[in-house]
Design a binder for this molecule. Structure first.
Ligand SMILES: Nc1ncnc2c1ncn2[C@@H]1O[C@H](COP(=O)(O)OP(=O)(O)OP(=O)(O)O)[C@@H](O)[C@H]1O
Length: 226
């Protein structure tokens, strides 16, 4: 599914003025492609992902998924689209300390009201896809940072989304492990025809991206050579 952001402006209250976090941002991301968003701290990267995830409503502009303008949907239908079509791997989406890797995934299906048997099978398939099936019984404190990140990516895929939104997937990792996570995102994107949009501050990892958009002070520019 193609994800389009059209002329998005997002502001926050800032004393008696407003701070413009996103200033007329447009972006198109196609299935099977990995789009990287780079930019300095405070430039609007997380805001852009939050708008794309329909977690924040922009002041103006449109979020269009597969040709459908999400602003035209009711709150309930927007939540359904988010649950069924959008996989979210955010920095803040921490794993639950008491659950095993397998349970972290199964609980997602459980919350969506899906039966446990098929959910367990899907979870094991996804843990296999991210190279962790042998560690499926481990809890977060028994996994490395890179392995935990793999669990969050697998969890983001649990509901079989078309769009995968990923915030700073390598921030806690050294460059080798960061590259391995990028390789994983790249191959999952191609194999599953995902529309992947990833925020990163790490420019060393951009070689795998199909497109790189830079954001500075809430304004985007598509970088040359991508
Ligand atoms: N809830 C909020 N209320 C007020 N201002 C906000 C809020 N969220 C973000 N901002 C401001 O909006 C701007 C963009 O923030 P955003 O978090 O999108 O940047 P970022 O590029 O993701 O930063 P970082 O790389 O540090 O995570 C910043 O100036 C920030 O202070």
């Amino acid at each position: 599914m193609t994800l389009q952001l059209e002329d998005i402006t997002l502001t926050f209250p800032d004393g008696d003025r407003r701070l413009t976090a996103l200033d007329n941002v447009s972006l198109t991301a196609d299935p099977g492609t990995l789009t990287a968003i780079v930019g300095p701290s405070g430039s609007g990267k997380s805001s852009l992902l939050a708008v794309a995830a329909t977690l924040m409503t922009p002041d103006s502009g449109r979020v269009i998924l597969d040709g459908e303008d999400l602003a035209s949907l009711s709150r309930k239908d927007t939540a359904r689209v988010r649950r069924e079509k959008i996989g979210i791997v955010f920095q803040s989406s921490n794993l639950l300390a008491s659950l095993t890797a397998l349970e972290q995934l199964v609980v997602i299906a459980h919350l969506a009201g899906k039966p446990l048997g098929p959910a367990r099978k899907r979870a094991l398939d996804l843990l296999d896809a991210v190279g962790l099936v042998e560690h499926s019984h481990r809890r977060p404190n028994q996994l490395s940072g890179g392995q935990r990140q793999r669990v969050t990516i697998a969890r983001g895929l649990m509901n079989d989304p078309s769009v995968l939104l990923v915030d700073e997937p390598t921030s806690a990792l050294d460059s080798e492990r960061g590259q391995a996570i990028l390789d994983l995102l790249r191959s999952l994107t191609t194999e599953r025809a995902l529309t992947t949009v990833m925020v990163t501050h790490n420019r060393d990892l951009l070689a795998d991206a199909d497109r790189v958009t830079e954001i500075v002070d809430g304004k985007t520019t598509q970088l040359a050579n991508w």
